[in-house]
Write a protein that binds this ligand. Structure first.
Ligand code: NCD
Length: 320
């Protein structure tokens, strides 16, 4: 299984075969996670640090569980209480991490590009757990695994990504991944919530939910990211739900076997009706959470193999 990368910073640098390598290995970890004994020693002896400069529930918990199940020593740095608040730069943080002999670093940061910058200063493998509006690669990978398992394939599907696309790194990473795997992607939302250079994405755009959902295989809803908005994006949450919230009537426009996805956290009654979210015949939202742990185990395992191989090579070079 080849995965020729030092870090996982985004979907953009990955090839279709890199994506398939992660998903195939993740399948094995789905089985491990469903077993009574959930341990492997793929990361034994390695140190994993999770640094979340932005709030997170499922992503952080899932990276922590993933590392522990693979036998790493996992530490969550409390960034709210850290020296960053005292004005330490990202580069000083990187030097500290190097001195602690960190092997895997998982970072979430509010600024697009900050995780990439950090990756250039540290000696370890870096995984992007979401940077600003830029990328959230493990989310797109777990979504891909969920789709592949539900639909039996990850190509030639029609997928609608709906809602607050402008503020969403999840949407961006998904558009990249689903495009690379040769699916038809539609973006559905009000003009105020669509990114400005939309024609670069190679997608179809709809402002009407019913038209946008017509005959799609997958309906991917996004959270209305109120914290990234500075007013004027939507008239009111009630009006938004009326026009863009996923309810049974709008979902009826999609294929009968269309699945419903949401990365969480959900605003029930704003972008999605609670009953649809909980309908296990349509919604795969809980599967997405389950796949998240497996995909993160696979990504860290592949990066750790490369890290060890590079270290072995260097050690041999020193001896020669
Ligand atoms: C997403 C994120 O943080 O980008 N959540 C997640 O990782 N599950 C999406 C969101 O915050 O709406």
């Amino acid at each position: 299984m080849s995965f020729p990368h030092r870090h996982l910073l985004g979907i953009e640098p990955l090839s279709p075969s890199d994506i398939t390598a992660i998903l195939d290995l993740a399948e094995q970890y789905v089985d491990l996670n469903r077993a009574e004994m959930k341990h492997s020693d793929a990361l034994a002896g390695l140190t994993q640090i999770n640094m979340f400069f932005e709030n997170s529930t499922r992503t952080q918990a899932s990276f922590e569980l993933a590392g522990k199940r693979l036998g790493a020593d996992v530490m969550n740095m409390a960034m709210q209480a850290s020296s960053i608040k005292k004005g330490e730069t990202l580069v000083d943080t990187a030097l500290t991490l190097n001195a602690m002999h960190t092997d895997l670093l998982v970072v979430r940061h509010p600024n697009s590009g900050a995780v990439d910058l950090l990756s250039q200063k540290v000696n370890c493998a870096v995984l992007n757990a979401g940077d600003g509006r830029h990328e959230h690669p493990t989310q797109a990978l777990l979504d891909a695994l969920t789709i592949r398992r539900a639909k039996g394939r990850l190509h030639r599907l029609s997928i609608a990504i709906c809602g607050d696309i402008a503020h969403s790194r999840v949407a961006r990473s998904n558009i990249l991944l689903l495009g690379k795997m040769e699916n038809r992607v539609r973006l559905v939302g009000p003009p105020t919530l669509l990114p400005s250079q939309i024609d670069q994405f190679g997608v179809e755009v709809f402002h009407d939910m019913r038209e946008g959902l017509r005959d799609v295989d997958v309906v991917m809803m996004l959270r209305l990211q109120k914290e990234r908005m500075d007013g004027g994006f939507i008239p009111s949450e009630r009006e938004y739900f009326h026009r863009y919230g996923l309810d049974a009537e709008k979902l009826a426009c999609a294929r009968d076997d269309a699945i419903v996805m949401h990365p969480g956290p959900m605003n029930r009654g704003v972008e999605i009706d609670g009953e649809i979210a909980d309908d296990i015949t349509r919604s795969v939202i809980q599967e997405q959470v389950e796949m998240g742990v497996a995909v993160r185990m696979a990504a860290m395992d592949l990066l750790a193999r490369n890290l060890r191989a590079a270290r072995d090579k260097r050690a041999k070079g020193v001896m020669a």
